[in-house]
Design a protein around this ligand. Structure first.
Ligand code: NAP
Ligand code: COA
Length: 269
C-alpha cells in the first residue's frame, strides 16, 4: 500500500534552476519554489533584470543564485549550470523557459529573424537540457520545458514560434525516453494566455486583440502566473513521479478550440 507523502510540496534542501527566470512566468515559478523552501538559481541575459528578480525570489529567505548567460551560447550556458551546481549541489528541478517572440508574417521576417526565435526557444532549450545533464540529481530530477499553444496550433504571424515550440515539445518527448533510465523525468507545460506578461503584451498589444484572445478561452479569463507555477510545483514533486514525456496545457481550455460546440445550434432550433 502506497503511503502518501505528508508534505509533497516541501522543497527544502532542493535545488531548482530556472532558465529565463528573470521575469514573467518563469520568475513566478522560481518564486513559487522558493516559497516552498528551495534554493533557486536563475539564468537570463540581463544582469540588471537578474538582480531585481533575485531580490523578489530572496524575500522568502532561501539561497538564490544569478547567472547571466545567453541560452544560445552553449559554453556560457554550460558554465552557468556548472557554477550553480557547484554552489547549491545537484539540480532537482530544471525549468527551461527562455524565449523570444514578435509578431510578423513569414514574408516580414528575415532568415535571421526566424533563426533568432528558433535559436532562443529550441536550440536554447536543447543547450540548457544538454548542459544540465551532468549536474542533475540522478535518479529523481524533474525537467520542465515551457511550451506554448503555438506548438500545436498553426498560428499566422508566428512561423518562428510555432516551429520552435513544436520542436521543444518533440525534444521533451525524446529526452523523456533517452533519460528515463537515469531516473530523470522530462515534461512540458503549455500555458495559455497569462495576463500581465510580456508574451501577451507582444501577441495582443491593444484592447481589441486582448478581447479576441479572451474570447478564445473557455474558462473566460486570462491565466494567472500562479496557475502555471502551481503546475510546475506538481511536476517537480513526487506526486508526478510516474509522469514523463507529458506536455500539459495550463490554458483554461484554450487548446480545446479545435473541438466543436453545437449548443448554439440546439438553442436556435
Ligand atoms: P518574459 O517575461 O519575456 O520572459 C522571458 C525570459 O527569458 C526573461 O527572463 C528573459 O530575460 C529570458 N531570455 C530571453 N531571451 C534569452 C536568451 N537568449 N538567453 C537567456 N535568457 C533569455 O516572457 P513570458 O511571457 O513570461 O514567457 C515565459 C515563457 O512562457 C516563454 O517560454 C514563453 O514562450 C512561454 N509562454 C508564455 C505565455 C504568456 O501568456 N506569456 C503563453 C504561452 C507560453 P533576459 O531578457 O534577461 O534574457
Ligand atoms: N519583426 C520582424 N523582424 C524582427 C522583429 C519584428 N518585430 N523584431 C526583431 N526582428 C528581427 C531583427 O530585424 C533581426 O533580423 P535582421 O538581423 O535580419 O534585421 C532579428 O530579428 C534579430 O533581432 P535582434 O534584435 O538582433 O535580436 P536579439 O537577439 O537582440 O533579441 C528578440 C531577440 C528579437 C526575440 C527580442 O525581442 C527579445 O530579446 N525578446 C525577449 C523577450 C520576449 O520576447 N518575451 C516574450 C516571450 S514569449
Amino acid at each position: 500500500m502506497h503511503t502518501p507523502d505528508p508534505a509533497p510540496f516541501d522543497f527544502t534542501g532542493r535545488h531548482v534552476f530556472v532558465a529565463g527566470g528573470s521575469s514573467g512566468i518563469n520568475l513566478a515559478i522560481a518564486r513559487a519554489y522558493a516559497a516552498h523552501g528551495a534554493d533557486v538559481s536563475l539564468l537570463s541575459r540581463s544582469p540588471d533584470k537578474l538582480a531585481v528578480a533575485a531580490g523578489q525570489v530572496r524575500v522568502h529567505g532561501h539561497r538564490v543564485g544569478s547567472h547571466a548567460a545567453d541560452v544560445r551560447d552553449y559554453a556560457a550556458t554550460e558554465a552557468a549550470l556548472a557554477a550553480a551546481a557547484q554552489a547549491f549541489g545537484p539540480i532537482d528541478v530544471l525549468v527551461s523557459g527562455a524565449a523570444g517572440n514578435f509578431i510578423a508574417p513569414a514574408l516580414g521576417m528575415s532568415s535571421n529573424g526566424f533563426r533568432t526565435v528558433v535559436d532562443i526557444d529550441l536550440v536554447g532549450t536543447f543547450n540548457v537540457l544538454r548542459a544540465s545533464h551532468a549536474h542533475l540529481r540522478r535518479p529523481g530530477a524533474s525537467l520542465i520545458n515551457i511550451s506554448a499553444p503555438q506548438a500545436r496550433n498553426p498560428t499566422a504571424l508566428q512561423a518562428h514560434a510555432c516551429a520552435a515550440k513544436a520542436g521543444v515539445d518533440m525534444l521533451t518527448r525524446v529526452l523523456a525516453m533517452e533519460w528515463a533510465a537515469d531516473g530523470i523525468r522530462v515534461n512540458g507545460i503549455a500555458p495559455g494566455p497569462i495576463g500581465d506578461t510580456e508574451g501577451v503584451r507582444r501577441l495582443a498589444p491593444d484592447e481589441g486583440a486582448r478581447a479576441r484572445m479572451l474570447a478564445s478561452i473557455p474558462l473566460a479569463r486570462f491565466g494567472e502566473l500562479a496557475d502555471v507555477a502551481n503546475m510546475a510545483l506538481v511536476l517537480g514533486s513526487a506526486l508526478a513521479g510516474f509522469v514523463t514525456g507529458a506536455i500539459i496545457p495550463v490554458d483554461g481550455g484554450s487548446s480545446l478550440q479545435g473541438g466543436r460546440d453545437l449548443s448554439p445550434t440546439l438553442s436556435e432550433a
